[in-house]
Design a protein around this ligand. Structure first.
Ligand SMILES: [Zn+2]
Length: 286
């Protein structure tokens, strides 16, 4: 009796309250402390974009928390053969709390396949490939060997897909090419970043949407899609295979969240995209 009343009130308040949707950012970037400022300045000049964190892990976590985001999947990129092992070591050391990481291999590196095994042993969650920065075309032979090994190891592969200001004349990962890779390696989980193609939503719809081994992420989408276009692409692909993401520091959680919330998707679909799909795919608890 003594506890009855307060408990009743507590339950009533809980029932009346709209549950707060959790957000997990499935595509973020940060750098080792001693390189962060230099990296951001250089990349910002290349892409002509402002940035919204100080580029370090610590500041990224601070910003994510302030934006009401539960955590993130950090993508790291080896831009040459020699960087592979240090990039992957940094990635593995950065995994703590709700920060998880993808490592990277450099296609064409003589030890790229061994490095994939090492990444698996280090507990990294997947492989990030940025064909523009790594200067390869996604259908190159050296890259094929990486997909094959990644498929065997069960390592998801995330691709920067579509246009990139670093290489404005040549799209290194076109949705059409990535679609062919998805068909060639049906057991490889592919994350086609930027909704299947930065600034190429029609091509993403035509060549990638609906493929069962492909996820799209919403990274940077607020810069090239409106809510209707985003919803259309999500419906075409399937909301169960879309991950909320920002591409932080190049965009922010509020900007990409606003875009997703402005779509006409149901609350359950939005929740799946905001965090549930990532939980299932990466086998993590958010
Ligand atoms: Zn990115």
């Amino acid at each position: 009796m003594f506890f009855g009343k307060p408990l009743f009130f507590f339950i009533s308040i809980q029932k009346g309250r709209k549950p707060v949707m959790k957000y997990f950012d499935a595509h973020i970037h940060f750098f080792p402390d001693n390189l962060a400022e230099k990296a951001l300045t250089r990349l910002s000049q290349v892409c002509g974009c402002p940035y919204y964190t100080g580029g370090t892990r610590e500041d990224t976590v601070k910003k994510l928390t302030a934006w009401g985001c539960e955590g993130g999947m950090a993508y790291h990129i080896a831009t040459n053969q020699k960087q592979q092992s240090s990039v992957n070591l940094f990635a593995s050391q950065s995994q703590e709390g709700n920060i998880y990481c993808f490592g990277s291999v450099f296609p064409g590196a003589e030890n790229a396949l061994e490095e994939l095994h090492r990444m698996k042993e280090l507990g990294l969650h997947g492989v990030k490939l940025h064909p523009d920065y790594q200067e390869f075309l996604v259908k190159e032979e050296a890259a094929m060997a990486i997909y094959e090994e990644g498929e065997k190891l069960g390592l998801p592969m995330a691709f920067h897909t579509g246009r990139d200001p670093y290489s404005p004349q040549l799209v290194h990962c076109h949705p059409k090419s990535l679609g062919e890779i998805a068909d060639c390696f049906p057991k490889l989980t592919i994350i086609a970043a930027h909704m299947g193609g930065m600034e190429l939503p029609q091509e993403a719809a035509e060549y990638l949407a609906g493929k069962k081994n492909v996820y799209f992420d919403t990274a940077f989408a607020s810069h090239f899609l409106n809510p209707q276009q985003l919803e259309e692409l999500i419906r075409l692909h399937g909301p169960e295979r879309v991950l909320f993401a920002t591409d932080c520091p190049w965009s922010t959680v509020p900007a990409e969240k606003e875009l997703l919330e402005a779509t006409g998707l149901s609350a359950a679909e939005k929740e799946a995209i905001a965090c549930r799909n990532a939980e299932e795919l990466f086998e993590i608890q958010i």
